[in-house]
Design a protein around this ligand. Sequence first.
Ligand code: AMP
Ligand code: GLY
Length: 421
Amino acid sequence: MDILVVGGGGREHAIIWSLSKSPGAGKIYCAPGNAGIATLAECVPIGVFEFDRLTAFAKEKEVGLVVIGPDDPLAAGIVDAFEAQGIPVFGPRKNAAEIEGSKTFMKDLLHKYNIPTAAYEKFSDYEAALSYLRVQELPIVIKADGLAAGKGVTVAYSQEEAQQALSDIMVSKVFGEAGAQVVIEEFLAGQEMSILAFVDGETVRPMAAAQDHKPIFDGDKGPNTGGMGTYSPLPHIADAIILEAVKTIIEPTAKAMVAEGRPFSGVLFAGLMISPDGKPKTIEFNARFGDPETQVVLPRLKSDLLEIFLAVVEGRLADIDIVWSEEAAVCVVLASEGYPGPYPKGVPITGLDDSQGGLIFHAGTARGADNSWVTNGGRVLGVVGIGTSIAEAREAAYASANGISFPGKQYRSDIAMKALV
Ligand code: AMP
Ligand code: GLY
């Protein structure tokens, strides 16, 4: 069966890499893709918001399945657009993607169904938000309601910082309409963990757990990014806690979405905080694969990803088994100078073809003169190492990452260290 994947980052590269191993996969197209993806799939220059062109392309090529990678076209209803044309598509409809697209919707849903999350208040009026904020204990968390490329959240350690974040969102409107409402939320201390799950209606099949590193610098310093590195599994978090998170958070949320008339189909991704006494609480939900969580989760998948996608789309997820390998995976992101702020593009990359056996997922690359590789994004590459332990996988990832150079290359040197102390 021919397949169209929508998106063009490291996550989509990992999805296509995994799909390409499936005996059932025929030709794979990616819109718009990137230069690394082009080594596995035919990239087509159609943007992720060009729903009419995307659906026409899928029809013309008679693809049997469309897979949506990124959050913003999901929030804008891309799945509904494909379904309206009778094209099988993996991902949640617009009304279900709202669990990521609106933090107020998500918080109200969890509150209504008694699903563990941080205490919160929501505001659409700046003065009211400010009066509330002034009397809160610190630290405190300020969140823009809508999608803000992972940058709409501030964990504030002073009133000044908190009030600045609030005014950026509601007065300066740095995230535009995404900041029309804000959530002011209790700070949760503990260990973060991501659990991604395949979901079709009430059926939940968790994937291997992973942990991201959002701040740009070692020791979780500096501004948040889309994610600087991940690892899976999480040997320092007990299986019982992971199971509790699935039972008390992900499964009840899937049920709640069905009860609300917004059944979720696709990947539901819970960002969780595990308190020092071992209790998981929800920080956020995403309605898609994580980036770069996918880069460490899919290499550990032993089952056929295409079969899983089709089972979700056809509503028979409950009937299939999904098997994960015992191996560990670590992903180190190589980013451009200046990221997460402005960064240059077109910087020549060397060492990309002798990758010392690691898996390399391209996030932002292009071809330069003579078919060379150049940078073309903030996050450039996700370099994955695999091993029998996190320590071994980590060594493989860094060996591979150190073999790749470009001027201004930045990466964290402490990915997965939390699993080793
Ligand atoms: P989000 O975009 O909602 O994942 O938030 C970005 C990051 O902010 C998370 O990965 C956490 O590190 C942090 N964060 C968000 N909400 C909270 C909270 N209630 N308590 C502590 N940290 C938080
Ligand atoms: N790595 C975090 C995300 O995909 O949202």
